[in-house]
Design a protein around this ligand. Structure first.
Ligand SMILES: Cc1cc2nc3c(=O)[nH]c(=O)nc-3n(C[C@H](O)[C@H](O)[C@H](O)COP(=O)(O)O)c2cc1C
Length: 182
């Protein structure tokens, strides 16, 4: 029997009603068999301060431990000013430090994102992929999940209701689990 794949997901938004948190929650319902998906909330990670990188805050220690324990990561990123949100970049900076203790080293990762605009976080996702180079991660190239006009696809209770998007995320997760097994 194949080993269970554990995925750690996090969204680059702190907003309670975040659409990116919503697509991540949907992902927990759409996982293939043989995988589980835990969600880490970035709330509480302070602004990065290199003076503290050798003795980081508890929340950062927990984040790094959960990243290391996962077979693969799933990042749901908003797009802010054509790039990734500061909240996400900040969390990445913490977890990549100090030098030589990069929690992302060699980690497989899938990216998805939702925005209220027509580009569905395309620009943010390609900026994020640039970070993966220095972090020495293994991003899954395809399929891509970019959700434009997300406000029309999530109901007031925060559930992703758009069937096409749900189907895309399902396929994406099947590929991510396969990617994690490679
Ligand atoms: C500071 C800021 C910058 C933004 N820049 C972009 C952008 O460049 N492209 C885009 O499609 N949406 C942009 N938006 C709109 C976001 O897509 C929208 O706020 C989205 O809901 C954020 O994700 P969340 O719901 O997960 O918090 C921006 C929003 C904020 C607050």
């Amino acid at each position: 029997m194949e080993r269970k794949i554990s995925i750690l997901g996090f969204a680059g938004s702190l907003r309670k009603g975040s659409y990116n948190k919503a697509i991540l929650r949907a992902a927990t319902e759409l996982l293939p068999q043989g995988a589980d998906l835990g969600i880490f909330d970035l709330e509480g990670i302070p602004p990065f301060n290199q003076d503290l990188e050798n003795e980081p805050p508890e929340k950062v220690k927990e984040f790094k431990a959960q990243i290391r324990a996962a077979d693969a990561l799933l990042i749901a990123t908003p797009e802010c000013n054509y790039s990734i949100p500061g909240v996400l970049k900040n969390a990445i900076d913490w977890a990549s430090r100090p030098y030589g203790d990069n929690a992302f080293e060699g980690k497989r990762v899938g990216v998805m994102g939702a925005s209220i605009g027509m580009m569905g976080t395309a620009r943010a996702q390609y900026h994020l992929r640039q970070c993966f180079v220095f972090l020495n991660m293994y991003p899954m190239n395809r399929p891509e999940v970019m959700v434009p006009f997300v406000q029309e696809k999530v109901n007031p209770e925060g559930n992703l209701t758009d069937q096409k998007t749900r189907e895309k995320i399902k396929e994406f997760l099947e590929s991510l689990v396969g990617w994690a097994r490679r």
